[in-house]
Write a protein that binds this ligand. Structure first.
Ligand SMILES: [Zn+2]
Ligand SMILES: [Zn+2]
Length: 78
């Protein structure tokens, strides 16, 4: 399962690698760090509401903002 170009396992977490290993690893590291910090609450930069580090890393905002955005625009911004 090493041939997985363009369909990485972290796409749903905002990975933009499209098969680029360097980008993928960097992203995976960010996601990993966010996961280990997920007990800490952080503030959404857009609405100021409480959210998790993983949400920020993945979408850049909280779940509520993300939901609101994907209704307006296309969710495939990454
Ligand atoms: Zn990836
Ligand atoms: Zn928000």
């Amino acid at each position: 399962m090493s041939e997985n170009r363009g369909r990485c396992t972290n796409t749903h977490l905002g990975c933009t690698c499209k098969g680029n290993q360097a980008i993928h690893e960097e992203r995976a590291q960010q996601i990993d760090e966010a996961r280990t910090q997920s007990a800490e609450g952080v503030e959404c930069p857009e609405c100021g509401g409480p959210t998790t580090p993983l949400s920020i890393v993945t979408w850049g905002n909280c779940r509520a903002c993300r939901t609101a955005q994907s209704r307006q625009t296309h969710p495939l911004r990454w």
